[in-house]
Design a protein around this ligand. Sequence first.
Ligand SMILES: [Cu+2]
Length: 179
Amino acid sequence: MIEPKVILEIFIILGVIWTAGCAVVVARSRRAMPLQQLEGAEARLRVGLLGGLGGVAIALFFLTLHWLPYAKARRAELGSPEVTVTVTAVQWSWILSRHQVPADVAVEFTVTTRDVNHDFAIYDPNGRLLTQVQAMPGYTNRLLYAFHAPGTYTVRCLEYCGLGHHLMTVPLTVTASPK
Ligand SMILES: [Cu+2]
């Protein structure tokens, strides 16, 4: 797993390269050139940039796909769930089948709602968002996650669902790893 700091650094480096490239294009376009030649050079540059950057974007998409937090990627990383928590959202509270889960174990949250859309989000003891999934009427969405430290985590709703939306919090206790 790449550190968020590294991703930010890569993003900044790419941003600097992109900005420098734009500056070069602007500087070159100011040179006095016959109109015909300028258009030809610009057209070639555009096609080159489109093809090159498009290729890079597609390659990055496929190379980084397995880091996306989709159920299949999580399952490949964490294995089959050892603990299941059923989660039902209702205006305006969360109904959890259990409020304690062990650390370092794959936990599957099966999430649905009795009324409107909600969003099941888990925050760590420092208030940092760890993971989330939509709670949708008529559907059960599965969220696989492993907690790495014991503590009191907080479930919140991340989809505005009416007057009592801010009341939708419930603690989730992560106990020491059984392993
Ligand atoms: Cu809400």
